[in-house]
Design a protein around this ligand. Structure first.
Ligand code: SF4
Length: 455
């Protein structure tokens, strides 16, 4: 249910909670030895590997990612040598006998790598890890439809890649020119028909609302095309215009951007069109067809969330490779240098390229569980939290209970704190502002100004 007044009332800056605490709380002064010790003593059942491929052949003006714009393919050769050394260094301290059930290539543009570069990367990975492609695996790649070949797809599928995410953003040519990312409907259509001939379980489209020159009319036409192409999942992200932080965004003129009212209308349009077209609202900015594993996990109450967004496998330990990559092992976050020179120098000096990290304390773990339950299930089993941590919810979260009251009064949340058996549930009108509800439980929020608006 879309309630414009409530959305406007609660539309403040907030994190996306792909982790708790979020990366803004990571500490560059934390002792490396503590982080390394946590890695060494981790006991995990399965592994998730993330590889950050930072290269892009073209610059999209809206971009806020960690990337290097270049046409020189040799840069990727040099980078793969660094990745090889990073894998070797981490293998020395990690208990890496466990199977890899999740593998994700993000960027930048992962398909900047040629087939032979991908071959080399997989050879390195397979020397150190066992990739489990028995069926219960999620191996995914982000694809730029302007930079991908049938040979790359063939190779990736042969290695077990079964999920693809395509950066579509918007099909309107005026919008595409303004963001410096021109890609035709034909390119995406051809890519889709190629992918549909392969054993790929799920194809996601990324869309962005709030881009220059977007209107209800042209975005509606984009949605027509998206729906006709039938991706299994659609993500509808908010463009946050922060030119003081991201230099490329200074090339987008402020007066070409939709105002706050139009942005809300664009999101409402996308939500309505996708629901009518048979997609289910998974949460926040994600939609999936009813038979997609995300929708099934949601209906079974086992949806999870990690740095890649909603997932069905968050029980694994995440190990990130490449500049800016984050690892999440044994209640510890470790982030690599985001600056390529610092990353490179660390590796060449035989050191793990650690820039910062964070070790979760007990309070972080409790709040993590509360926030993840809310964001994944739109409800919180308070009795289960009390039993898991031996706390009285009303006492432990006395301040938060007070802060929740206006949301209860506004009909966003349902709970009766006067009974002993209780669940906090988010009403249909609260779905769009779930981040605001989670923010009540976030003890690390003073950095709030760094986040984008919830919508
Ligand atoms: S949006 Fe993606 S493809 Fe475009 S510059 Fe950024 S990382 Fe590269």
């Amino acid at each position: 249910m879309w309630d414009q007044n409530l959305i406007e009332k609660y539309n403040v800056s907030g994190p996306r909670y792909t982790s708790y605490p979020t990366a803004l709380s990571f500490n560059k002064d934390i002792k490396r030895i503590l982080l390394i010790d946590k890695m060494m003593t981790s006991s995990v059942s399965t592994l998730s590997l993330y590889f950050h491929i930072p290269f892009c052949a073209h610059l999209c003006y809206y971009c806020a990612c960690n990337k290097i714009v270049t046409k020189q393919q040799s840069k990727a050769d040099e980078y793969l040598e660094l990745i090889e050394e990073e894998i070797r260094l981490k293998s020395l301290i990690l208990n890496h006998d466990n199977k890899v059930t999740q593998l994700h290539f993000g960027g930048g543009t992962p398909t900047f790598l040629t087939v032979s570069q991908f071959q080399k990367l997989f050879e390195i990975i397979e020397q150190h890890f066992t990739l489990d492609i028995s069926g219960n695996h999620d191996f995914s790649v982000e694809i730029d439809p302007r930079q991908v070949s049938p040979e790359q797809i063939e190779f990736l599928v042969s290695k077990g890649v079964n999920r693809i995410s395509i950066g579509v953003q918007d099909f309107d040519l005026t919008v595409q020119k303004a963001i410096h990312r021109v890609q035709s409907l034909e390119q995406v259509t051809e890519l889709m028909s190629l992918l549909r001939q392969k054993p790929i379980d799920s194809i996601n489209f990324d869309l962005i609302y709030g881009l220059p020159y977007q209107s209800l009319t042209n975005f509606n036409l984009t949605l027509d095309k998206v729906i006709a192409l039938e991706p299994d999942r659609v993500s509808v992200f908010n463009y946050a215009h922060l030119p003081e932080r991201f230099a490329s965004q200074r090339r987008i003129a402020l007066d070409t951007l939709p105002n706050a009212k139009l942005k809300l209308d664009l999101l409402e349009l996308a939500t309505r069109r996708l629901l009518v077209a048979g997609y289910e609202h998974i949460g926040m900015d994600h939609f999936a067809k009813h038979d997609d594993t995300l929708a099934i996990a949601k209906s079974q109450g086992c949806l999870q969330r990690n740095f890649q967004g909603y997932t069905t496998h968050a029980e694994t330990s995440l190990i990130g490779f490449g500049c800016s990559a984050i690892s999440d092992i044994n209640d510890t976050f470790i982030q690599n240098h985001t600056d390529m020179n610092l990353y490179k120098n660390s590796i060449l000096n035989g050191q793990l390229p650690i820039a910062k990290g964070y070790i979760k304390n007990r309070d972080d773990k409790i709040r993590h569980d509360v926030i993840m339950q809310l964001i994944c299930n739109l409800s919180l089993d308070i009795n289960a939290i009390e039993a898991s941590y031996g706390i009285s919810f009303k006492e432990y979260f006395a301040n938060e209970v007070l802060l929740l009251q206006p949301m209860i009064d506004d009909g966003i949340l349902n709970i009766d704190f006067t009974t002993s058996s209780y669940t906090l549930s988010v009403s249909a009108s609260g779905r769009q502002i779930i981040r605001c509800i989670c923010m009540v439980f976030d003890k690390h929020l003073p950095q709030r100004a760094a986040y984008s608006k919830v919508i």
